[in-house]
Each structure stands twice: as C-alpha cells, then as structure tokens.
Ligand binder design. Sequence first.
Ligand code: F6R
Length: 254
Amino acid sequence: MEIIVCDSPHDVAVQAADILQGYANEGGVLGVATGSTPLLTYQELIRRHKAGEVSFAGCTMFALDEYVGLPIEHEQSYYRVIHDEFSDHVDIDPADVHIPNGLADDVPAACAGYEQAIVDAGGIDVQLLGIGTNGHVGFNEPASSLSSLTRMKTLHPQTVVDNARFFNSVDEVPIHVVTQGLGTIQRAGQLVLIATGEHKAHAVAQLVEGPLSAACPASVLQIHPHATVIVDEAAASRLNNVDYYKFIQQNKPQ
Ligand code: F6R
C-alpha cells in the first residue's frame, strides 16, 4: 500500500484527481464512489475538464453501490448523485455510466448482470473508494466476505445514522443496498481510497495497521497489489507509523 498524507482535504482531492486524470485521458474504466468525501475530487476533475486538461470521452464508469427501493429520481439515489455531482458535468457518454440497479424485480440477477457488465467492459482500471467510520468500503459492512461479489446487503445501524445527514430523518434512510463486493473491488487494477477528518482516523488506522479481517472490510486493501490510500492529517492522526509513510513519500526512488 502507498500511503499519502496531505495537509488538507483539498490536497487529498488534488492527489486523487491526479491519479484519475491519467486513466480518464486514456479512456479507462473508472470505478466511482458516492458520499461526501469524493465530492472535492469530482469538483477538481470537473474544473480540469472545463480547463481542457482531462477528457472522459472514451471512459466507462461503474458506481460502487446503490440504495434498494429508492427511486432514481430521488436526489439521494446514487444514480442521481453520480450524475449530478460528476458525470453530467464532463464529456462521458451517459450510456457509459453504470449504477447498480436497486429497483430490479430480481435483485440477484441484476447484481450478476452488473458483475458481467464490469467484465465485459474489460474490468475496472481504477476504483475510487471512501471509507465508513466502521471500516466499510462500498457498502460492505463488517463481516462481509473478503471475496464477495455484487449483492444485496443490510446496512449497519451506524451507517444508517452516518448517512441520515443526507435525508430529512434517519427513518428515511433505506437499510438495504446493492454493492460491489470486496472481491469485485479487488479485481480493479488500482484502488484509491480517500479519507478526511478525525472521525475517519480509527477506521484508517484499522485499514492500514490493523489485521486483515472482515471486521474491517477496508483492510482488504492490504492484499491488493496496487492500493493507494490518500488521507489528510486528521484522518492520519491515529496511524502509529505516520512519520515513516511521510518519509517514504519524501524519498521516492528516482
Ligand atoms: C459510497 C460508499 C461508502 C462511502 C463511505 C464514506 O459509494 O461506498 O463506502 O464511501 O460511507 O462516506 P463519506 O465519504 O460520506 O464519509
């Protein structure tokens, strides 16, 4: 794992955008996340797109997850979030933006179809990830199989509470979701996990320095051959070896 500690959330977004930009300009397959953390990265990529620095014209996007039963017109459906916050502002063909279907009559079949669509696209080149306060990635909550594929999951009550800020009340947060599995995520060529804020410090410490364990689903990054963790100082504040990670960044082999 490469661990990059930044001075600010803005710098985290710039570092993540630098990585995604390279894949985008090659017409790559991009895995995109929702939640608050990636928004600055998307804003940075939209700014660079408008400045002519990055094109998404040949790209395909796959979102990580979606709520079950939330109409796609709902402003908190991840269909809407990806379109409103990112893809509608760049030059990707909307037909190439894929979101798991949380409204399918046959959810398992839709999940299998989603996996196949990723395979048919040639696999995800780079997957952007956030991390939940309980260590989830995508909506793979603690105890998720480390080799799971896209499927329906039940949210942890902590995640429901964490996500209530996007809804009028906690009762409106759907408790069922469809999410790429930890096995799906591991198939991506590069993983880029971003985290900011002190409230993520415990989860980041478990991810980077804890054991490989389904108790912290994000720890699966430890066995990925090309995983990059980009955090601000607050999110890095519980890392025992933070000085070493900074030392590595300052002394990269030429
Ligand atoms: C979103 C997702 C989640 C979030 C995580 C952190 O697609 O898969 O794992 O990345 O819940 O959310 P924020 O960034 O809102 O703290």
